[in-house]
Design a protein around this ligand. Sequence first.
Ligand code: GLA
Ligand code: ZN
Length: 697
Amino acid sequence: MDEKQDLARFKPAGLLHGADYSPEQWLDEPDVLKEDVRLMQQASCNVMAVGIFAWSALEREEGVFTFGWLDETLDRLAAGGLRVWLATPSGARPPWLAAQYPEVMRVGPDRVRRLFGIRHNHCCTSPVYRQKVAEINGRLAERYARHPAVLGWHVSNEYGGECHCDLCQDAFRHWLQARYGSLDALNKAWWTAFWSRTYTDWRQIESLAPHGEHILHGMNLDWRRFVTDSTVDFCLHEIAPLRQANPELPVTTNMMGLYDGLDYRRFAPHLDVLSWDSYPAWHEKTDDSEAALAVSFQHDLFRSMKGRPFVLMESTPSTTNWQPASKLKRPGMHRLSSLQAVAHGADAVQYFQWRKSRGASEKFHGAVVDHAGRDDTRVFREVAELGSALKRLTAVAGAGTKAEAAILFDWDNKWAVENAQGPRNGGLHYEETLYAHYRPFWQHGVAVDVAGADADFSAYRLIVAPMLYLCREETAAKLERFVETGGVLVVTYWSGIVDASDLCYTGGFPGPLRKLLGVWAEEIDGLQDGEANTVSLLDGNGLGLSGEYACSELCERIHPEGAETLAVYKEDFYAGMPVLTVNRRGQGSAYYLAARMEEAFHEAFYAALMNTAGLRRAIGNRLPDGVTAQVRANGAEEYVFLLNFNKEKRRVTLAGPACRDVETGLEVEAGLFWLDGYEARVLSRPRRLTGSMPDMP
Ligand code: GLA
Ligand code: ZN
C-alpha cells in the first residue's frame, strides 16, 4: 500500500466520541430512534459504529435486501451531525445462511461442526461464506461508500478463533507446502523423529486436536501462523469491494489487546487505522495501577504497530456483564480511563454500547443509555462530561508520540514461550513479566513503544527484551548493531532459546544473543511458588545500585564470557554466580538479567538506565506510585497527560516552564500541585524539539 495515501485516509478533525449503535434492534420504535440522536448530541457524540451485527436486518432471506432502515439511520445521523463507522456484518450470520450452507459453520478442534448459534464462528476458508460476504459487503460499499455520514469501515468484529473443517485442513496443508516445499524440510523443522512422527504424505497432516496431535511445538506455531494468515486473507477479501467503491475511505477492524489467537502485526499494514476494544477490570483489586499498567501497555502496542494514532473502538461506559463481578466504574474513572487512551495515542473514545438492548445476552452490559432511557443517570452525565472534555481537547487529534525506549513483544514469541513445557508449568507469567518491565517507565513518565522484532531499532536509545525465548538470528544481528551504535539493551533469562521453528539452539543459550551479551546460560531453575533467592549488588557496579533484592520463579545459572558481573545470587548451591551482567560492545551496553526480580529492583535498575540512556521524562521526574504522565506533540505544542489511578489525591512536581491547562486555559506554574483521586489533567506547553530531560535530583 502507498504509505502516503494511507496516512491521508484517517485524519479526523477532532477527537471522536461515540459507541456501537444497533438501531436494527429498535426498528419498530421510531421514537426511540429519534430520541437516540437527541441524546447523542447531548452527550457530545460525533460518531457511531453501525451495522456490526445487522446481517439479518439487511438480508432477511437469501438475496432479499432491505437497506431502507440503514439509509434512514445514516441520513438521520448525518442530519444530527454524527459520522459513522459502517460495519460489514460478517461477525454473525443469519439463520438462513447456516441452514442453507452448513459449510459456513466452524468445525471445532474436536472435529464437531458447530450448530447455528452465537457469533464469530464462521469458517474463513469456506467459498460459500466468502462469496456471501463479498456480496453483502459489495452492496454496502456500492450504496454507502460515498455517503456523507460514513467516516470509515468497521470490518467484521473482533476476528478470532479457528476452524478445523476439511476445507481448512486442505488450506493448512497448502500453506505448509508453500512454507516448506518438501516434507523433508517440514519433518526437520517440526522435529518429527520425536515419538515416531515422520510424515510421508501431506495428507497425513491434521491440525491440532485435543484427542489428536498437539505435542509438536513447531506445528503448534505454524498452526497459529496459518490461522493468522487465513484470517488476514479473509479480512482482505472483505476489504476489496470496500476499497474498490471508494479508495479514500479508511478501513479498520477492532482487535482485542494481547489476544492470543492472532498475530495482529500481520493485519497492521493492510489497515488504515488500528482500533481495539479495552475492558480492564477496574476496581477488581484495591490498587488500580496494575490494571492501568496493562491497559497502558496495550494502548502503546496499538499505537506502535503503525506508529500513529489509533481508535479505542470499544470500552464500557460503566460495567461489563461478563467479568466475575460487574463493578461500576467509580466516579472519575470513566474520564480517567478514557483520557488514558488519548494520552497513549487514541484519537477516539468509543463504547460498547450506545443503548442497552431489552433482550438476549448483553442486556445488562453497560451502555450510555440505560433501560430507563434517561439522560439524568450518573453514567450518562459522566459520558456527556467526557464528550465536552474531548471537544476541548480537539487540538490533540493527530498528535504523535516520540518514544526513545521500546519493549519487544511479538506474538510468535508469546505463543512459543507459553507452549513450551518446563521450566515452570505452574506459571511462566510472560505477560506479567512484560508489565513488570514496563512499570518503571510508566512511573517515570517515559514514553515506550511496544515494538516487534521487525521494527527499526535505530529509533530507540533503550530496548528491553523480556523473555525473548524465540529469537531469530536476524533479530540478534539487529540487536547487535543497535548496541554497537550506542544503544542500551536489556535481555532477561529465558531468551535466545529457540529459532523460528521452535527448535532449540545448540552450542549454548542464549543462542544467537550469546556473543552480544557475553554470557552463557547453562541451566535454569524453576522455583516453587513462594520460594525466593537473594540478589546482592556488587560494589562499583556502575549503575549506582546497592543492597539486596529478592528474585523468584526463574533463576538461571550463567557464566560470563566477556561480560562484567554487577550482581550475584546469595543463596542456594549457585550462591556467588552472576545474576546481572553487562557487556560493553562498540558504543553501547548489553545487560543480561538472569532471574525474575522483585519490583523494587526494576525500579532502581531502570531509573539508572533511563539516566544512562538520557531518556526524557514527561514532567522531569518520577511520579508517585499509581500516577503516570504521557506526552503527545502536535506542531509547536506538546500535551502532557497527568493520570492518577489512586483513589486518593497525590502530589506531583512539575519541572520546567509553566504549562497551560488545556481545558480551562489557566496557567499552571512549575512546582508542586495536587491531583485528586482518579483525576486526569491535560497540560500544554511549547514543544521541545530536541534534547532529553534527565531526572531532577
Ligand atoms: C466485545 C464485542 C462487543 C460486545 C462487547 C461486550 O468487545 O465486540 O460486541 O460483545 O465485547 O463487552
Ligand atoms: Zn473451515
